[in-house]
Ligand binder design. Sequence first.
Ligand code: FES
Length: 103
Amino acid sequence: MPNFIAVAQAADIKPGEIKSFDVKSELILLANWQGTFFAAQNLCTHDNGTLSDGTLIDGEIECPRHGGRFELQSGRVTALPPMFPIKTFPVKVEDGNILVALD
Ligand code: FES
């Protein structure tokens, strides 16, 4: 059973926004793509670019450093140069809070 932790308030992350959080020493991002929230590791697998400084495009996040892209839902690479996916985490919204399961 996943252990969900409250990370942010849903109202604080508008559609199209990405924010970074340090949760239990794990650097994660929360992204709001068209009203759906996604959580993932905040470091690009190519060369540690900070993905929360990137851009949301068609349900994907584009790294600001070299333009690598990852699907928000699965973390899979959709544009090189990254070769490896990013970790993604289950997300749910309860009572206006965004909860993330890190383990
Ligand atoms: S560090 Fe992200 S694409 Fe290079």
